[in-house]
Write a protein that binds this ligand. Sequence first.
Ligand SMILES: [Zn+2]
Length: 297
Amino acid sequence: MLRSRLAPTPSGYLHLGNAFSFLLTWLVVRKQHGHLHLRIDDLDADRAKPDYYDDIFTTLDWLGLDCDSGARNTYDCLRNWSQKHRLNEYHQALMRLADAGEIFACECSRSLLTTIASNGVYPGECRAKGIPLTQSNTAWRVRLVEGASDVQFYDAAQGEMSMDAARAQGDVIVRRRDGIPAYHIASLVDDTLDAITLVVRGADLLPSTAVQIALAQKLGLAGFPTATFLHHALLTEDSGKKLSKSHDSLSLRAMRENGTSAEEVIARCAVLMGFDTPYSSLQALLEAFSLEKFPQR
Ligand SMILES: [Zn+2]
């Protein structure tokens, strides 16, 4: 059975781009009678706020997007589903990578990184320094060797794809300086434990997909690399800039407060998906939707 997930982060109010991504995931899953899990990526406690958790549940209810498992409300999330409950599993994965010699400690400061990794790709500065993994105030990075980190995966819109994870991201951080497992590890371990077979995400996360498949291969996790991916185009502001949570005026919360209806949001997303008809009902959109017709944007 197809299993997918919504994976919002409670670090800001959700915006139209999130609605688009949720709706697309929901459509693919419901069309194929699959299972939809709600996972909330809340490992970054500095940015997670109660209001932002609430906003996730309010938004999903408002849009009418139901999930089959996962948290039902903020209290249920914190008590039963928060990523904090999986810290052991994330740390086990980190230790396996460390035991296999795949990890090195990095002491580069943020300001040094802006100089040496200005394109976002870490150039391997600390790879050969031999800094003990036990040294405090260091991040852990995984060794991704260029040329040996080429991964293949299947994208439902674009077909077979291949990408060199090292070239895309360099030696990514897998454990933060404060000891918290980083996004790539948490996301990969969660998708594996939740037996996810379809990952829908924005095209900006293509390099992350490559990195996570490379990590899965190092960890011997067979499931994730064989999942189907669907990388969709990102919605942009009128100025062409990527929508982000820092623009409160474009949040779904602000739209709700200004009297925009859920039907209007769904209709707008339907048009953005390439439908000529601005379907405003979920059921009508679900009937019209097929992944084969989803445009390659
Ligand atoms: Zn470094």
